[in-house]
Write a protein that binds this ligand. Structure first.
Ligand SMILES: [Zn+2]
Length: 485
């Protein structure tokens, strides 16, 4: 990734130098200024640059690469967004609603004074936003909206670099890069004739991202692309179905926390690497949203939970327990690629993998090499590895999921439930209900439920009360974005 960015800068220098030499008397930046003027003019000129506010209401389909129900493809999920930018006061509100076969969320990230908070309408509470500054909190919305890219470009001409010309979709385009705070440089593909932005590209740790805009129109004198598609690498991630823009209609009352919405209970502190003893010989190690259960099997250790950073968690486990036993087995929970980020570590540590059959392809990719046959145990129903029992179950999250159980009553799961709070019961989604049904069907005596995504060891009675409080209504707030008409 670093290499690619260096190459991009180098190309920028090569391409801009001849342009300067060929244009007699040209000032540095003249080409950039011309492209910026073309873009601003296309998007409405003063109607854009003097707009006090812009509101985008968007209906899309959203997919999550590597997160399908099967390992073969990913499903598309409905996504609705109501994005309101108060440009005059550098504040915004981004409401999003989605509901599908295994999750539903309804959130609003909103500027409140100098802060940014995240409202959760499914639970009726709010918390400080993970990203408290304007450009980090609302950068994803700015980058997904060509009108806002044009607006930001007009505000930051000094960061612009003309990168040359390229044919894109059969038409000549000017390439220009510019910067907004807290983001890698953004490269715009500007239609050389019309000035519309056809595409924005940027390179991130997640891979090459591309944002495509088409079917441009005007509303209130301001231009916008009515079609939007977002790709992560080669995978389609968001495809818009309908998009509208209204100009200067955002109201002051938007920038308040909704009546009846309370601050959420205190979350379990996950800021530092911790190693908790759950029962004799069973530990949970991790930090942030990545945890692994390590089980001492006598001569060796069994790991369950495979997020990136597995080697660091194993080192922390050894330091905390004084163990020098090898990681002999690593249990792969399911085929989702985020849960395979630590598998190259496990391969390096010498582990044999215990995995659902449908995760083998993704496992090989994540490990960076085909796992040798003598280090691969493909689950067929159930297996016993030392003191750990592994059950291949089907839930609404994954068609094939390896549930790990250690006597006298500890189960480890990923993605179905996260305890979240110190002293309160965290809300359950449909996946928690599905998991509980699967565990009930196994007739296991689970007393404690561990999670790949959180530190809290949840008692079975707490899990049961979360599941019994589950609300299947995908729109409990009744807000217009999701209310059934
Ligand atoms: Zn998953």
């Amino acid at each position: 990734m670093m290499m690619k960015r260096v190459e991009l800068f180098a190309r920028a220098l090569i391409l801009s130098a001849p342009a300067l030499m060929l244009t007699t008397g040209a000032m540095a930046g003249e080409k950039e200024d011309a492209v910026i003027a073309k873009v601003v003019n296309a998007y409405g000129g003063p109607a854009l640059t003097n707009a006090r506010s812009l509101r985008f209401q968007v209906e899309s389909k959203n997919a999550f690469p590597g997160q399908g129900y099967t390992s073969g493809y990913v499903e598309f999920t409905p996504l609705k967004q109501d994005i309101q930018f108060d440009l005059a006061n550098s504040r915004a509100s981004a409401e999003a609603w989605s509901s599908n076969y295994n999750f539903s969320f309804h959130t609003r990230t909103v500027s409140i004074g100098d802060d940014v908070v995240a409202v959760n309408y499914n639970t009726g509470d709010y918390q400080p936003a993970a990203a408290p500054d304007y450009y980090t909190a609302f950068g994803p919305n700015i980058r997904s909206t060509d009108t806002l890219l044009a607006y930001e470009l007009s505000q930051r001409p000094d960061t612009a670099e003309h990168l040359g010309e390229r044919t894109y979709l059969g038409r000549p385009h000017e390439l220009i890069s510019f910067e907004i705070p807290n983001s890698p440089p953004l490269t715009l593909y500007v239609d050389a004739e019309s000035g519309w932005i056809s595409k924005m590209a940027r390179e991130t740790a997640f891979g090459d991202l591309s944002y495509q805009f088409s079917d441009h129109a005007k509303s209130g004198g301001v231009g916008y692309g009515r079609n939007f598609e977002f790709f992560v690498g080669e995978d389609a991630n968001i495809v818009s179905l309908n998009q509208t823009l209204s100009v200067n209609t955002v109201r002051d009352s938007v920038f308040r926390i909704d009546r009846g919405v309370d601050e959420e209970p205190a979350r379990v502190d996950t800021s530092e690497m911790t190693v908790d003893e759950i029962a004799e010989g069973t530990h949970l190690a991790g930090t942030g949203n990545a945890y692994t259960m390590f089980v001492d099997a006598g001569d060796y250790v069994i790991g369950v939970g495979g997020y990136a950073g597995l080697a660091d968690r194993f080192t922390a486990y050894r330091e905390a327990t004084g163990s020098d036993k090898p990681l002999r087995y690593q249990i792969v929970t399911h085929h989702h690629t985020d849960h395979l980020g630590g598998m190259a570590d496990a391969l390096e540590l010498g582990a044999t993998f215990v995995t659902p059959a449908n995760a083998v392809d993704n496992l090989n990719t994540a490990a960076g090499a085909d796992i040798p046959e003598d280090r691969l145990m493909v689950l067929d129903g159930a297996a016993t590895i030392g003191p750990v029992e592994v059950y291949d179950i089907a839930t609404n999250h994954a068609e094939s999921y390896a549930l790990a159980y250690v006597a006298p009553g500890i189960a480890f799961q990923a993605d179905h439930y996260n305890g979240l709070y110190d002293d309160a019961v965290a809300p359950a989604g449909s996946s928690a209900v599905s998991l509980k049904n699967a565990i009930d069907g196994l007739d296991l005596n689970v007393e404690m439920l561990l999670s790949a995504h959180g530190r809290k060891a949840v008692s079975w009675s707490e899990f049961e009360s979360a599941v019994s409080a589950y609300n299947p209504d995908g729109c409990p707030s009744g807000r217009p974005i999701c209310a059934k008409s």
